[in-house]
Ligand binder design. Structure first.
Ligand code: NAD
Length: 374
């Protein structure tokens, strides 16, 4: 059982595999040995206080059984810890434990932990190996693949970072059983974003999968045997889409414009980041903000004459089926406008009719005068 997706970054020929296999966490040791090509090294597992009691023991045991010397560094839980101070303390820890360039970092967690671990790996000794073990749906289908790493600053989200590709990605969908419903909704919103950009089969597959979640208890959804294969295939299809984009445009080149430009993955993100920043990263999950952002960008595209009404309604229906999103009506438009000014994206792209990135920021800022477009 299980499936894999090969990621190959064209300009650098960097290759790695994303393995998607239910129950594979227990095999993390053999997998790490294969990815790194060695077992005689130290591995620092970066995780957080919520995930550690559930999965750290299993992963540590699997790595040690294979011969790795393991260390673990546990951060507090939350987007607000994706900052310079977490990086500093983690780098200090690696230094104290005398980590060398032949050693590696394993990220065990969602997108927050993955981004911090990847950034630390990119800058410690000017770059050491790192492996991604994503534990949220969002991290599985999106953030663990593609090599974007980084942290938030007081000026905005993800404003400091580096491109640093992992040596491998291990996805065990069974870990989604312990994820809160809100986090599933957040992950599904990112999946809808990618599916909308891809269109065709991925969009249909994603829409069909949403029906499974109407069945009720999420934990049962992931443990039901007949669903396992379906989830593996769904996650693999999402990663395949993302990796095709990343392969062609790893660094999100400002000059490269086209359907495979990495900028298209920012669909809905200008508004999403502004919402997150203006609520101090505490009110919305990232994926929930993306859900709002996708609807905002779609509505904006409609008003600019780039998207028809039926497509907007279709998108609205699919986002609604991901689960309830927190209200945003109370957030002051001025706060959002200020946050938009600090967005790092600076050029306009159009794809599948949706308005995304460059001046999504400028245009969103103007459109915010409508205040509640939905
Ligand atoms: N690098 C990229 O390409 C990229 C792409 C998209 C998003 N991101 C970043 O990812 C972050 C969002 O990631 P996220 O949505 O995974 O959030 P997250 O990492 O904060 O995880 C969400 C919550 O779920 C908990 N959790 C994680 N796995 C769990 C499990 N299996 N069981 C129980 N609880 C679990 C976490 O502790 C946390 O409380 C943002 O910072 C965003 O900027 C990065």
């Amino acid at each position: 059982m299980g499936t894999s997706v090969r990621v190959k970054i064209r300009p650098t020929s960097w290759k790695y595999e994303a393995i998607i296999s239910t129950g594979s966490l227990a095999e993390a040791g053999r997998w790490a040995a294969k990815c790194l090509g060695r077992t005689e090294s130290k591995i620092a597992i970066l995780t957080n206080r919520k995930i550690a009691p559930i999965y750290l023991g299993l992963v540590t045991h699997a790595l040690e059984r294979t011969g790795f010397e393991t260390y673990s560094f546990i951060l507090p839980d939350g987007e607000r810890y994706k900052n310079l101070s977490s990086i500093e303390t983690f780098l200090q820890y690696l230094g104290e434990k005398n980590f060398q360039r032949t050693d590696a970092i394993v990220s065990l967690g969602g997108g927050v932990i993955g981004d911090i671990a990847g950034f630390a790996a990119a800058i410690y000794l000017r770059g050491i190996d790192f492996l991604q073990v994503p534990t949220t749906l969002l991290a599985m289908i999106d953030s663990s693949v593609g090599g974007k790493t980084g942290i938030n600053t007081p000026f905005g989200k993800n404003l400091v970072g580096a491109f640093h590709q992992p040596r491998g990605v291990l996805i065990d969908p069974a870990v989604l059983c312990t994820l809160e419903q809100r986090e599933i909704t957040a992950g599904l919103c990112e999946a809808v974003k990618q599916a909308a950009l891809a269109g065709g089969k991925l969009f249909d597959q994603t829409r069909e999968l949403l029906d499974v979640f109407t069945e009720g208890d999420v934990s049962k959804v992931f443990t039901r045997k007949e669903n396992a294969r379906r989830f593996e295939q769904f996650i693999a299809a999402q990663i395949r889409f993302k990796s095709e984009i990343v392969a062609a445009d790893e660094r999100e080149s400002a000059r490269y414009v086209g359907p495979k430009s990495r900028k298209i993955l920012n669909f809905g993100h200008t508004f999403a980041h502004a919402l997150e920043k203006s609520t101090d990263y505490r009110y919305l999950r990232h994926g929930e903000a993306v859900g709002h952002g996708v609807l905002f960008a779609a509505e904006l595209s409609k008003r600019l004459g780039l998207l028809d009404k039926d497509s907007v309604n279709l998108l609205r229906d699919v986002v609604r089926r991901c689960g309830p999103l927190p209200q945003i009506h109370h957030i002051a438009p001025d706060e959002i406008r200020t946050a938009l000014r600090y967005d790092k994206k600076t050029s306009t792209e159009r794809f599948n009719g949706f308005c995304s990135s460059k001046s999504e920021s400028r245009e969103s800022s103007r459109a915010i005068k409508f205040r509640h477009p939905f």
